[in-house]
Design a binder for this molecule. Sequence first.
Ligand SMILES: [Mn+2]
Length: 346
Amino acid sequence: MRDVAGIAEALAGAESVCICSHVSPDGDTIGSALAMRLILQQMGRRSRLFCQDKVPDNLMFLPGAGEIRRPEENGDEKYDLFLSVDVSDIARLGECEKLMSRCSRSAQIDHHGTNHAFAEVNSIDGNASATCVMILEQMKAMGVKLTPEIAQCLYAGISTDTGNFSFDCTDAEAFRAMGDLREAGLPLAEINMVLFREKSRPQLLLLGRAIESLRFEGKDGRIAVMTLTRKDFEECGALSEHADTVVNFGLETTGTVMAVLGRENDDGRLKFSLRSRKPLTVDDVAARFGGGGHSQAAGISMEGSLQSATRTIVGAMDEKLRQRERKTQDRPAGNESGAEGSRSET
Ligand SMILES: [Mn+2]
């Protein structure tokens, strides 16, 4: 349940606030924290921002991103209020959990339905598309002015959590929020370019290598298969993370229902990213090789040679595909669109 009044009261009673984001931060947890920093500034309150892990490069342009510190940098500082944003579980705070004991009270704003309300004041709404839409509602209720800077922070959260307004969770509130942000002077095209379109040169060169390796295998060639060798990474000057979304290009090919990208990581291990369109699943395929993830986006880390491991995994995916086709043979064809191809594996 959203507790706008409870959060407002907690913030009003705090001179200093310790704002924490979740581990492996994304646009929503960072955007929420940075917006809260600016909101508290307007309210004449002091705040510090913490996150256990490094802020992703493409979020560093957000106002205040350079202020985010690692929890061990806090020293002996104490605060009136601990505030976590977009943190579904206390374990997702990582090292930031220790900061809780340095604060007199605790509060949180989050949109994960699984959240067990670990703070004293909890504003949680599992139906909200992003924590940032909750922050917008919160600041409006507190009479804080929506500046272009706050609008940028909130946009980062709403756009990333809705898959740039394409996932099913993209509700009317998300679009209404966009109306407010635009009215407040959000430079939409400019930020969209940084968040969703711009790629580094190594990333684009690596994508070229992956596309060159693309083959269509399995039953009726409906599995898109790509591989990247150590040599590919080295010649493109690319890191493993530059290949993170490449598998989606395979899945987004017309007629493809499953996709896999195999890569040789610099630690000598192999990493496989698996994707499928609904109703096909890949987390069960990944589990057979010690991996896991979501139904339509899973990963495997293993040892071996890239070519033979790829063959084995594609074989298991093809088996899955044929099984599914056998099951639906006597029924009319189902709608196999609606995949969330851009989901991450964790
Ligand atoms: Mn979120």
